[in-house]
Design a protein around this ligand. Sequence first.
Ligand code: NAG
Ligand code: NAG
Ligand code: NAG
Ligand code: NAG
Ligand code: NAG
Ligand code: NAG
Length: 897
Amino acid sequence: MAYTFRRLYYKYAKCLMIVVLIAFFVQILVALNYFPSENDDLLIKNAHISLEKAAVSPRKIDKYNDEADLSAKIKSNKAASYLRLEELNFKPLCEIKSREAISAIHRAKTQNCKQEIVNKTCLIQEGNFYPKILPNSCVSDRMMYGRHLGCYQDEKRLRILSSFYGNYINSNSPYSCLDICIQAGFPYAGVQYASECFCGENPPPPSASIADDLCDMKCPGDNSKVCGGYFTMNVYETGLAKFEPRTPQISENKNNSVRIVYLLTLNGRALRQVHRLINALYRSNHYFYIHVDSRQDYLHRKLMSLEKQLPNVKLAATRYSTIWGGASLLKMLLAAMKDLFRLEWQWDFVINLSESDFPIKSIESLEAFLSMNKGFNFVKSHGREVQRFIKKQGLDKTFIECETRMWRVGERKLPRGIVVDGGSDWIALSPDFVSYVTGDRDELLAGLDIVFQHTLLPAESFFHTVLRNSRFCNTYVDNNLHVTNWKRKLGCKCQYKHVVDWCGCSPNDFKTEDWPRIQNTRDRQSFFARKFEPVINQQIITRVEEYIGFTDHHLLSNLEAYWQSIYHIDDLTSSSDDMILTHAGSITRENSKILLKEGCSLVPYEIIEITSYNYADVYKGNLILHKAVLNKEFEVLIETWYKPKKHLELNFENHYVDNVKIFKVSSDYDQKEMTFRNLANILGPLSEPILLYQFAPIVEKKTENFTILWLDPTGIIADVNSIYLDENNLTNFIKPNLKAPLLPGVWKVGLFEQLNLIALTKFLITPLESFSGKELTHQEANIIHSGSQNAYKNFSYVKPLNFLPDEEESLLLQKISHSNIKRVNQDLKNWIDSLNSDFYSVLGSCVSTTSQNSKEKLGCGKHIFEYCTQTEWSSLSPDPKGTIGNLNSKSGRLDRT
Ligand SMILES: *[C@@H]1O[C@H](CO)[C@@H](O)[C@H](O)[C@H]1NC(C)=O
Ligand SMILES: *[C@@H]1O[C@H](CO)[C@@H](O)[C@H](O)[C@H]1NC(C)=O
Ligand SMILES: *[C@@H]1O[C@H](CO)[C@@H](O)[C@H](O)[C@H]1NC(C)=O
Ligand SMILES: *[C@@H]1O[C@H](CO)[C@@H](O)[C@H](O)[C@H]1NC(C)=O
Ligand SMILES: *[C@@H]1O[C@H](CO)[C@@H](O)[C@H](O)[C@H]1NC(C)=O
Ligand SMILES: *[C@@H]1O[C@H](CO)[C@@H](O)[C@H](O)[C@H]1NC(C)=O
């Protein structure tokens, strides 16, 4: 079944990719001949995107975000002010006026998405889309909406309503001011000096009451109404009572009769960390409801066995593919919560966690705390001024989700009558409340559904807002039980531009040096922290475990190792498979060559899994698990361990050489964690290389700028960049302006001061052995391996010393490159292998045995294979912390030893 699907998929992807590639090739020619370079940039970018889209891409999308600090506006694509109708295969229902909507319609790729944006934008323009007013069931019975309390004397130094101030020169009126104060949850609203609106928590002192005719200025928004006067204010009741979040009980009750549902919403491939998290949380009286993103088929496959293994674990049957900040996130959460009732579990709280959370207090203390506070709902509010929160969060904008992107289409007005609240999207909710929000839609919920289906980061405000306006408002606790590792300087880099028209922030991973931050929460009601990511730092997780009472560490083998799968044969195909499999195939052949020198014949043939391996938080290389035929006789499972070689050459004659700390090319640079995610530097013709550099502080500056030259495999300058040395120490990255497909072979990147070389690094663009899973044909090679030299700018004015090949060499390199394009089959493999052996070293291989009496070693020629389970590096060696433990029926815990 899976096999058939894969085949079919390949077929489909192949057709599509060939069409795209040919179109793309033609476009390059066309672009070069007719358009200025800016246009061809665009065309090629589009082609590249289509190539990526042509296959299911399970690349991790980080979508977790608390309390997002959404500030900087996304660079607005010079929006046209009218819609180009010729791009649409339908007639818009109305004339679209919003520039943002027009830009979104033009940027959307499918007609269906364009039409959805058009349809909704038209409804919004007509004013028929959003509810104008919603009911609030959380009103005071002593106060009344709009009741006028009279005219009061205000004072500049001591405002009588001091919680909010706004100046609305054109629109102020008692009603508009009441709307604003209700939105922010205040019981009192006051208008002053015609255009000013104030909100307050406490009533004005009776002593400040003055004669009505001292409030004598007309309202700019409503001439028939009076809006205070010079330091005099008309004060009104909003109908809301003063809001006071509940204070949870903290008595040291040992009655832990509380049952928790952990709602795990998972993404990525960190299977062993998910196991570790479940080991830490597991008690047989609690429940686990697990939603795995629908694109993460590896994680889902591997977690399915849990359902059979443990009685109180359930995987969501309906899976959603969610994007950072997307409306689908809320849809997924509500569906998951609704499913909890279908399962008929008996529970007191649902707590939302992801693979990057970890408990930082014992489960027993969490149980003790929650058992004292049943019926409460734990959420964390933003703690800012509400109007500012609305702006920063983009709540006053309509977003439409389609093509797995959140398109911003224009301004909107939030419904009147309700309090708007939000903050962190990590929550602990009571069953009564969950039953209400997932149940029949009353007017409030039906209205909020429409609003939040078109809201960025809906999970950060939906639950808060429902709580504040429903009969549950007196169960609100302003604490989400979480600590989050915010480092906004690093985490707010607009890193989600590819999925949303907005700049969002993400918290950082905890590292060993962040330990005090966790320790400082000892006396607070914080039971979880995030984010933890063992590929970045695992030591901190081990430390946290010790802190919360794990005493088994000395018994665990391979405690400091971490393995994470990069590729698995059963995964849905991804657009990067051809590159990864070409690369891995070549490494396994290299291993065979090494073994042959010892008289051992090993013929590798099928790659099962590729795993990245860290030890003590240092990347130690990749592991390739593959089938092979040993001594032309029997089939074995081999795991081969290899590592990329370093490629930094320094020119010690240069004055700056000691300043160069990092100078390296790879792809998938993570700006937030300041590291490459592509640790093995696997790059192919369709990759987007990035240069990372770090310089130590430069004291004695002789030059203003460093220059960077990108040299392609034929020695032609493909791009030139400049680094401005105006800071003391510099860590940064450069994305060169290179066009796909990149010419396969060895690329060089030089760092120069004027024309003098300081440092040089090399990177490999591996040729592809296969295309859509099948051996490359001549025709495909002609497109994929021919590079994009025509698209290079003319850099002939740059003449660095001793770096460029001379004319003769250059011609030779061109000729070689030209003949390389013609290579297919074995000839192509030989080329790939000769390139790879320069860039990677094989560190060893082990054999996995199925036979029981595996005490004796397996010999092959003069070589003796180690058994994988007995090495410390193999992905098959024991990893108790990363494996689900055995249920201890006495304690109800999972034992790892
Ligand atoms: C948009 O509206 C038209 C006309 O009402 C309808 O036929 C079409 O299906 C709608 N399309 C989408 C994507 O909403
Ligand atoms: C523990 O709490 C439950 C319900 O909250 C209650 O029924 C039970 O009697 C309590 N047990 C003790 C020992 O306090
Ligand atoms: C729950 O968890 C996910 C991450 O796994 C998060 O993005 C989502 O917004 C959370 N929020 C709520 C309200 O459950
Ligand atoms: C150095 O770079 C900056 C900006 O990148 C540029 O404005 C300046 O002219 C350059 N200076 C020299 C000497 O090339
Ligand atoms: C910059 O320099 C300071 C002091 O020399 C150092 O503490 C800091 O870690 C450096 N930052 C980076 C990003 O290298
Ligand atoms: C590149 O520019 C130089 C002068 O700057 C010119 O002599 C040369 O012909 C140009 N080459 C191409 C291929 O346009």
